[in-house]
Ligand binder design. Sequence first.
Ligand code: ATP
Ligand code: MG
Length: 478
Amino acid sequence: MPAATSGKGVLADPWPDRFKAFAGRFSVRTKIIGIVLMLTTILGLGITWQVRTAMSTLVESELTVRAETIALEVAVHVANPIAERDTAGVVSILDDAVASHLDSVFAAVSRADGIIIARAFTDGDGTPGATLDEVLARKADEVPGLHAVSVPIEPDAGLLTYGMTDTRLERTVDGVTLQLLLTTLLVGAIGVLAATLLTWLLTRPIVDLVRTTHKVSQGDLSARAAVAAEDEIGTLAEAFNSMVNELETSRAVVAETQQLRTRLLERLIDAQEEERKRIARELHDGVGQSLTSIMLAAGLLEQTEIPDERDEYTARIREASADTLKQVRRLGRELRPSVLDDLGLAAALDRYVAEFRLRCPEITAEVHCHLPDRLSPTIETTLYRVVQEAMTNVARHSGARTVSVLIGLRMGTVRAIVEDNGNGFDPDLKRASGESVGIHGMIERVELLGGRLDIESSDHGTTVYAEVPISVNTAAPT
Ligand SMILES: Nc1ncnc2c1ncn2[C@@H]1O[C@H](COP(=O)(O)OP(=O)(O)OP(=O)(O)O)[C@@H](O)[C@H]1O
Ligand SMILES: [Mg+2]
């Protein structure tokens, strides 16, 4: 397989990809202007080249035809003077011909052996030259674009050679070429201007959108893209704006939640400190006092020999010790009921509700726990604390006559319902106030386990629903 991979690697950089990578380096504006400039240049240069080639070909053929026509005409005119051996007459005809026709260079009459017998030059060339070949070679060097045509002089009186140059006509072709090039330049400039205007119209909203995107990515959620038109770009800008709206809303919700959590955390820490103070007070005032009285009674017991007094001090010590034990047990239970670990949620709730009845005899409390197995310690602790808080609220705030607790399994979840028939309250209002640590504590605990907590409340009472998925159904801790 490595061969295939390396083969693929060789092909991995084909021309289209390279071109895309190259084009990707430029902005859309540069690309459009570049394409327009390239097209007008190619079109302009192509047309110029084609027109120039066609004109040059035409000039050459026309010049040859003209030279032939003039040569034939002159050949007819010089036939008589040649027959009469009138060289001056021949030269005069040749002079007239070169003087009266544009683009003429020379005219010459030569014998069959190539010796020139008469000639005329437009430039007054007087350089001697005996043969036609010599003159032709010299003039071809001196005059650019020379076209020479030879025709026979009848009857068998030699050759009439007529030379013409295409210099003037080529200058005209050059002029036309220059005009075409200037037109190309002008069309290119107009094209670039039009492309600039077009790209400005097209890319302005995109550039604006990109700028807004950068602002948003840097955290400025107040930035919005301008919706300039109802075209595709306008739709894109609208979609982007609504996305930022949603982002702003969700950010605000997150910030609010974060703020609420921070406040709750502070209150939780305060509550913890309060609880510690309460335990310290209980230890000092309750357990401490009882132990002091045990110590005092033990001291008195040591000092007395009187049997009645000994009995009294012993009874006092027993009484104070029992009292201390009760206090320590209560404190321990309040901190963490050992029955929860040892016997599970159902037993712990039975015990809790029994104590609740003793504390609040005016409220009829009942608990129904339908759990075939032990749940995970985390779930049991969570539900125990939720029920504890909900029932404490019933006792403190509801004014209810009855409260019932129902625990059961339901489609892979365990559900706890605490229902009272008290005065009710507005849960949303209390939650929004940020003061309700108890309720938020319940919600936090349940949500930490992936569950949810709902509170329904009316004038007829309040119901707290807590639902937690049983992801872990482990045995109880030892
Ligand atoms: N069962 C209920 N019946 C009537 N009102 C209730 C009930 N449960 C809660 N409330 C109201 O909701 C408020 C908030 O309850 P929450 O448990 O969050 O705080 P708290 O009990 O006042 O203080 P703590 O933080 O000590 O629990 C209570 O003050 C009370 O007004
Ligand atoms: Mg409470």
